[in-house]
Design a protein around this ligand. Structure first.
Ligand code: ACO
Length: 324
């Protein structure tokens, strides 16, 4: 018995920004970006492609695949850190956009690990509310939260959304287990302020505005170690050998993190789905976008064991196993 993914969907903004386009904004080069990150292009939202709109579009695609409508949905969980408003939540805007009137909706913020955390919320909810259906979405427009003068960060991120529809089924498919972690002590290695406080007593003196700041080398080091640990612990606790994994979909942060993780785990490269070269790091959207693309490209067949893992600001990280 398990919580099964009935359908996947994704939505990428139209506009493609290449490394050569970025050469015109900051002192960088296509060669530097490709060799350090593996990223060649990323998508950037334009008018009408707000975080909730691309989320709703990804959700519609997932609903179509699942042969369901918005009326069938009981809960919408959106993982994001780049909604256009702090309140209401992005999930409420998605609900409105879809017309999913009977659903309740809320956001989860676990930075780049948001989708895994939201998936766990959906999984646990359905284990209690067996007859319900849940939409889990990862959506980001980090283009709106990027300092386009900072070459350390502006080359990394992209916009996009991915969605899955979940249902509890009486069979041996679905989410097997998840292993999630946070370490708030390391917040200052990767963070983003909100707007300055209206209460002078709570104002932070060094608030540079709401954009991403990062110690890249430290993030790199922790990301590899943390994801490796989460995967190994999960496999041990579930008594599953690494060789039993059919497909691995890691958070698409950058190719050097992925290569290092893959070689430390010792998983075969051919089992690892990668699309970071096309979309850059889409944060909470990266895993569901990759999942949807992998599904449509025929990577996943019924019964396959899928491993997903992620790492992000917080720090937050984790891994999940899904029997497809
Ligand atoms: N173009 C050209 N040169 C650059 C650029 C750029 N875009 N960015 C930095 N440099 C320069 C630096 O200024 C530095 O120059 P200096 O030697 O004269 O001081 C030099 O390149 C080396 O800089 P480093 O920061 O040491 O470069 P590094 O090899 O660490 O690569 C990178 C930087 C790509 C950010 C790397 O640290 C990284 O991938 N970190 C992980 C970050 C990440 O993925 N964050 C995403 C969020 S968390 C997550 O999703 C996992």
């Amino acid at each position: 018995m398990g919580v099964v993914i009935l359908g996947t969907g994704s939505c990428l903004p139209e506009k493609i920004i290449s490394n050569h386009d970025l050469e015109k904004r900051v002192e960088t080069s296509d060669e530097w970006i490709v060799s350090r990150t593996g990223i060649s292009t990323r998508r950037i939202s334009g008018k009408g492609e707000e975080t909730y709109k691309i989320a709703a579009s990804a959700a519609r695609n997932a609903l179509d695949v699942a042969e369901l409508t918005a009326d069938d949905i009981d809960l919408i969980i959106v993982a994001t850190m780049s909604s256009h408003m702090l309140m209401p939540s992005c999930a409420c805007f998605v609900q409105k956009e879809l017309g999913a009137d009977k659903a309740f909706a809320y956001d989860v913020n676990a930075a780049c690990s948001g989708f895994l955390f939201a998936l766990d919320c959906g999984d646990k909810y359905l284990r209690v509310e067996n007859n319900k259906k849940v939409l889990v979405i990862g959506t980001e427009t980090l283009s709106s939260r990027t300092n386009w003068q900072d070459r350390n960060t502006c080359i990394l991120f992209g916009d996009g959304a991915g969605a899955v529809v979940l249902e509890y089924q009486d069979n041996n498919r679905g989410v097997v287990a998840s292993n999630l972690f946070s370490d708030g002590r390391l917040w200052n290695l990767l963070y983003m302020h909100t707007a300055p406080s209206c209460n002078p007593a709570l104002a932070e003196e060094d608030n540079p505005g709401a954009h991403i700041l990062m110690e890249g080398k430290e993030v790199f080091k922790y990301a590899v170690k943390a994801m490796e640990g989460a995967v190994r612990d999960l496999l041990t606790s579930e008594q599953i050998e690494l060789e039993a994994i059919d497909v691995m979909i890691p958070h698409q942060a950058n190719i050097r993190i992925l290569n290092k993780l893959v070689s430390r785990l010792g998983i075969e490269q051919e089992k690892v789905f990668i699309n970071v070269h096309k979309y850059g790091n889409t944060s909470a959207a990266s895993v569901p976008i990759a999942l949807d693309e992998a599904k449509r490209e025929g990577w996943l067949k019924r019964g396959d064991l899928l491993l997903v893992c992620s790492f992000g600001g917080g720090f937050t990280w984790g891994a999940s196993l899904i029997r497809w």
